[in-house]
Design a protein around this ligand. Structure first.
Ligand code: BTN
Length: 344
């Protein structure tokens, strides 16, 4: 079923949840909540009932008020919005959809329909999830993350090539710090753990004559492995954050952190002062650096040692003949499989 355009979490529920998150284990009185909302205590009670239907629970204590005891285990739009820094309220909106063909496609449709930017679309299930180079992105309703951020940057198209690397490097660092794991980024923007893919980014743009009109950044992140296991073709090449971090992950906290980081990433890119930071991040997380890699350049297969990226985002590869070649696009593979890391 098609979602209504621009459906967003209720502002009252976001305000209530933010109050509960700030209060932690402390009770908040119904009067205080009513005051924060600018509504009656009956209205507070009705909103709490609606939040209970979404998987939240609250402990009520006589003369003390309420406190949040249970959060939904799956993505929740109001909780995400409440977890984002408040400064994001004014200009940013998000929607969580049960099912959609592709969050990138839906974001483009909503841009066409005039939804104000920036906004984010998240889906629990994609029926036609897409990856880079025309590939399919497995998008089962298993708690994995399928999300798209949408912008209208009005930047010259020439600025685009480094954007996708900048987004990938920032995603990598956010995952590293948030989950205390050691991911790497494989040019242009695959998120890898020891050579196995955990996430990827599909950046798409609609370009007018002299500027980028619409920009969508689609992120797929494996939080969990599929219940029935990875399909045969992915078994040796895919992994999930649950597998890598070996600790329970709260999808709402992780996603809120990711959204906050990606909004800041975009803003810094538009401001144009990200070049030095990109070089530094890339150096730190580069999965290919000094590894023997292989690429197709037209019909020709090139093998050489990866030497990072240049200012334009091109991959540098030093061939056996001693020549450094630059690649703007394409699919790069490890010439030899990464050394397996033992799991103790
Ligand atoms: C890749 O090939 O590595 C990029 C994968 C990107 C997948 C995400 S999931 C959310 C968004 N919607 C899509 O259809 N694709 C991207």
């Amino acid at each position: 079923m098609k979602p209504p355009p621009f459906d967003q979490p209720s502002l009252a529920e976001v305000i209530l949840l933010r109050a509960f998150l700030e209060a932690g284990d402390t009770f908040i009185s119904g009067t205080t909540l009513a005051h924060r909302l600018g509504l009656s205590r009956v209205a507070v009670w009705q909103h709490l009932a609606r939040l209970r239907e979404q998987g939240f629970d609250f402990e009520a204590a006589h003369a003390r008020g309420y406190r949040l005891t249970t959060r939904p285990p799956t993505l929740n739009a109001a909780l995400l919005a409440a977890t984002l820094p408040p400064a994001r309220d004014a200009d940013f909106s998000l929607s969580v959809l049960d099912e959609i063909d592709s969050t990138n496609d839906e974001a483009m449709r909503q841009l066409t329909a005039g939804r104000p930017t920036p906004f984010a679309l998240l889906a629990r299930h994609q029926t036609e999830g897409r990856g880079r180079l025309g590939r399919r992105w497995l998008s089962e309703p298993n708690g994995n993350l399928y999300l798209t951020l949408a912008f209208r940057p009005r930047l010259p198209p020439a600025r685009m090539p480094t954007f996708t690397l900048w987004a990938g490097a920032n995603l990598c660092e956010l995952i590293a710090t948030f989950t205390r794991t050691t991911p790497t980024v494989k040019w242009p923007n695959d998120l890898l753990f020891h050579g196995r893919k955990c996430g990827g980014i599909l950046t798409e743009a609609r370009i007018d004559a002299d500027h980028i009109r619409d920009l969508v950044i689609g992120i797929g992140l494996n939080l969990a492995a599929p219940a029935a296991g990875w399909p045969a073709e992915l078994r040796s090449v895919a992994t999930s954050l649950a597998e890598q971090s070996r600790a329970p992950l709260d999808p709402n906290r992780l996603t809120a952190a990711l959204l906050g980081r990606m909004l800041a990433t975009y803003e810094r890119f538009v401001a144009g002062d990200h070049q030095a930071a990109l070089a530094d991040l890339w150096h730190r997380y580069d999965a290919l650096r000094d590894r023997e890699v292989s690429l197709l350049d037209g019909e020709e297969r090139i093998t050489g040692i990866a030497r990072g990226i240049d200012d334009t985002g091109a991959l540098l590869v030093r061939t056996a003949a001693g020549r450094t070649r630059r690649f703007q696009a394409g699919e790069v593979t490890f010439a030899r499989p990464p050394v397996p890391v033992s799991k103790s």
